[in-house]
Design a protein around this ligand. Structure first.
Ligand SMILES: O=C(O)CCC(=O)C(=O)O
Ligand SMILES: [Fe+2]
Length: 298
């Protein structure tokens, strides 16, 4: 987008050519060299974070970077978040990266083969959820392996004035170990130390993004157990309504990965869901291999 157009649209401009991926969410940033984060000025960093807050997702395509470069680029935007429960899935030598793969690791199928099949926001179960994440694609199935994103500004905007008012004063308890989550299915039992890292946290249902001043909806089906002060049973019908509402197609963007894509998402306002839209019966066939690495900003 040209500078004039970006300014006319009241939108932040970065020092690179950009191309929107959909009307409400996602912008591809071309030309920026992820392997040289030292070339980014503080003003560049601020502009990228502002554009991310406005657009939810930034796509960097065709960027061949190493694990070390992935982490160095991420660190240019702030401190890394502790992976906590995900440390067991870190690639050797890089405890700050999370591997998501359906491939075998040391002869055994990775426990992450079916990760993220529910809508969620990473680490919402921590008192301070992750600010943003950067997911790099190394291998993707020939057909499928897409990730969907849903825009929580739009989800908030789409509620009635009455429901907005009701939700405004409410909070929800987020916890990985809840009865609705499927994310832990088939995983090795977590140790007491790991569980202690994930005791859960209570967050307002409606939050305001500090960089845009816009309100967004903050409940997700993977992590929310109940509304604060409500029973699980009382919470379920309203949560079910909100989950159907927030994931409606008009609020989403579906990403078809190419190897060497890096997607940065604003983890406050974008929920994501990794689809089982490929041949799950033939995980060992090279054309079905999926291999992704995520870094996380605190
Ligand atoms: O594999 C994906 O597409 C997304 C995985 C995920 O939820 C994450 O890395 O946070
Ligand atoms: Fe995730």
């Amino acid at each position: 987008m040209a500078e004039q157009e970006a300014l006319a649209a009241g939108r932040t401009r970065v020092r690179s050519e950009t191309r929107d991926l959909s009307w409400a969410s996602g912008t591809e940033v071309c030309g920026l060299d992820l392997s040289r984060p030292q070339d980014l000025s503080d003003a560049d960093v601020d502009a990228i974070m502002k554009l991310l807050a406005e657009r939810g997702i930034l796509l960097f395509r065709g960027r061949k970077i190493s694990h070390a470069q992935h982490l160095d680029f991420t660190r240019r935007f702030g401190p890394l978040a502790k992976t906590g429960l995900l440390t067991r899935y870190a690639p050797p030598g890089f405890p700050d990266l999370f591997t998501v793969t359906n491939m075998k690791v040391d002869g055994v199928r990775s426990e992450t083969w079916n990760a993220a099949r529910q809508w969620h926001s990473d680490q919402s179960f921590l008192p301070v959820p992750a600010r943003a994440c950067l997911l790099r694609c190394e291998k993707v199935p020939t057909l499928g392996g897409d990730t969907m994103f849903a825009n929580m500004y739009l989800a908030y905007d789409g509620l009635s004035a009455g429901l907005k008012k009701t939700l405004e004063g409410m909070s929800a308890f987020h916890c990985v170990f809840n009865t609705r989550a499927t994310v832990l299915d088939g995983r090795k039992e977590f140790t007491p130390e790991e569980k202690a890292m994930a005791g859960g946290a209570t967050h307002p249902v409606i939050r305001t993004h500090p960089l845009t001043g816009r309100k967004y909806l903050f409940v997700n089906e993977q992590d929310v157990d109940h509304f604060d002060g409500w029973t699980i049973k009382e919470s379920a019908p309203l949560l079910d309504y909100l989950y159907a509402h927030l994931s409606q197609p008009a609020y989403t963007y579906r990403h078809k990965w190419q190897p060497d894509d890096v997607i940065m998402w604003d983890n406050q306002t974008m929920q994501h869901n990794a689809l089982a839209d490929y041949d799950l019966d033939n995980l060992d066939a090279p054309e079905n291999h999926r291999l992704m690495f995520r870094s996380t900003l605190a």
